[in-house]
Write a protein that binds this ligand. Structure first.
Ligand code: AMP
Ligand code: ZN
Ligand code: FE
Ligand code: FE
Length: 291
């Protein structure tokens, strides 16, 4: 069983449409794929439709990656199999999403002040109908020749947290996020807690506090974690009784990682599905295409 529990589509800042993502997951030999767009469930319906027309497609785990902030540090909370209609969590997703547009415009204004001729129209065209994020602005900067790659825009000079052109958006308190996800029948997994190249990382004491309010697990096998970080996080998860996941954090062509680059243990996936009460995985026909 190959299980990838963290991917993005054009509903946020990935480049595959939700339908393409499901088809690419099948082509990559995945048995289970979670669609976890930033702060939105909007891609789920299209992914489910595509799955119904795809013999041998993977099982789809519906989810989202919630933008949170802890002591001024950006923290991402993966939420799986919650009830998308649950009003409190839906309201929070909407607040974050709605703030992304004015926040992107603020960052574009800062870039213009720095002499970069980027416009909102350019970025809006790249984002399409997805919730707009820094990777879309980064792509505009690549197009203008300001930086060679999307990743190169995430530096203090440009768009990194606290960078010259960075602006805050509305974000959830991660303790609230966990309570809301659980109240909506979901499972909460802290995304890439040791991704140090993005800036500060979540302290072990904070992970312990999040565990005390119901955090289910932490993402351990992730492209932004060094082998030493993975070893440390796995040990911490053991101490705290947390589940450990692995995933690609696939963004289509906007990042270098490929679907299934890192995967989650089937037993841990089983435990996630047992804990969830808000939604069921949408079954595919598994990894073997029907004739
Ligand atoms: P936003 O949600 O608009 O603040 O943008 C955050 C997103 O930017 C993350 O989910 C990643 O997809 C992307 N990102 C953050 N740091 C980096 C980095 N160092 N290189 C490439 N992409 C990054
Ligand atoms: Zn992203
Ligand atoms: Fe993330
Ligand atoms: Fe992500």
């Amino acid at each position: 069983m190959r299980i990838d529990l963290h991917t993005h589509s054009t509903a946020s800042d990935g480049t595959d449409t939700p339908a393409e993502l499901v088809r690419n997951a099948a082509a990559a030999g995945l048995d289970v794929v979670a669609l976890t767009d930033h702060d939105t469930t909007r891609g789920h319906a299209e992914a489910e439709r595509a799955l119904r027309e795809l013999p041998g497609g993977p099982t789809l785990v519906t989810g989202a990656e919630l933008s949170c902030s802890l002591d001024g540090m950006g923290v991402h909370m993966l939420a799986y199999l919650f009830d998308p209609e649950e009003p409190e969590l839906a309201r929070e997703r909407e607040l974050v999403r709605d703030d992304r547009t004015p926040r992107a415009k603020t960052m574009i204004g800062k870039l213009q002040d720095l002499g970069v001729p980027v416009t909102w129209e350019q970025v809006a065209r790249i984002a399409g109908d997805g919730s707009v994020g820094r990777p879309h602005i980064a792509e505009a900067l690549v197009g203008l020749g300001v930086v060679p790659t999307v990743s190169d825009a995430f530096t203090p000079e440009w768009l990194a947290d606290g960078g010259r052109a960075f602006a805050d958006k509305h974000e959830l308190d991660p303790f609230d996020a966990i309570r809301l996800v659980k109240a909506a029948g979901g499972v909460a997994v802290l995304a890439h807690p040791g991704a140090d190249k993005r800036g500060r990382t979540v302290a072990e004491s904070a992970i312990a506090e999040l565990t005390a309010v119901g955090l289910d697990g932490i993402e351990v096998d992730h492209m932004d974690h060094s082998p030493a970080t993975r070893t440390r996080l796995r040990a911490l998860a053991g101490e705290l009784g947390l589940l450990t996941t692995g995933s690609s954090d696939y963004h289509g062509s906007r990042k270098t990682c490929v679907l299934g680059e890192f995967t989650t243990d089937p037993e841990i996936y089983g435990e996630i599905t047992r804990r969830a009460t808000g939604a069921f995985p949408v079954p595919g026909a598994g990894g073997s295409p029907a004739a």
